[in-house]
Design a protein. Structure first.
Length: 145
């Protein structure tokens, strides 16, 4: 079962500034709510094809995933393919918007086992999580940490 959610936020900052935060995987624990640790980063700064391992906690369950950068267009697009359970794609599209940047975030995750059976609950939790992450990203870029 696949669960897809999206969130959009406008951030007062250039696409370059937003992209810099999105691609700073070593600091994901500071704004991505489910990420509790990041290690084994293959390249710093990350680039297309870079990999890392993330440790997340979602709905009380600890999960470790291998992540690969599958889209990397500075100031425009960034995506990560997450291998594990759940696994899937997290993508960000950046568009200039006045004096800021509009960020469209989408998460398309494959849920198996018990998580798949709970897909309506998972979708609600993922929507809340992605919206919260975008709010924290906005605060981070705008200097309101």
């Amino acid at each position: 079962m696949s669960v897809k959610v999206a969130a959009t936020v406008t951030i007062k900052g250039s696409p370059a500034a937003v992209f810099a935060q999105l691609t700073d995987v070593a600091h994901y624990t500071e704004w991505v709510g489910v990420i509790k640790g990041v290690r084994d980063i293959s390249d710093t700064p990350v680039r297309l094809g870079s990999t890392y391992t993330s440790v997340a906690q979602f709905m009380g369950k600890k999960m470790e995933s291998k992540v690969k950068i599958t889209a990397y267009e500075p100031g425009k697009r960034y995506a990560e393919n997450v291998s594990g359970k759940p696994g899937g794609l997290m993508a960000f599209e950046l568009t200039p918007d006045g004096d800021g940047t509009r960020v469209n975030a989408t998460a398309d995750m494959s849920m198996g086992g018990l998580l798949g059976l709970l897909s309506p609950l998972m979708k609600m939790q993922m929507r809340k999580q992605v919206a919260g992450d975008m709010a924290r990203l906005k605060a981070r870029v705008e200097g309101k940490k």
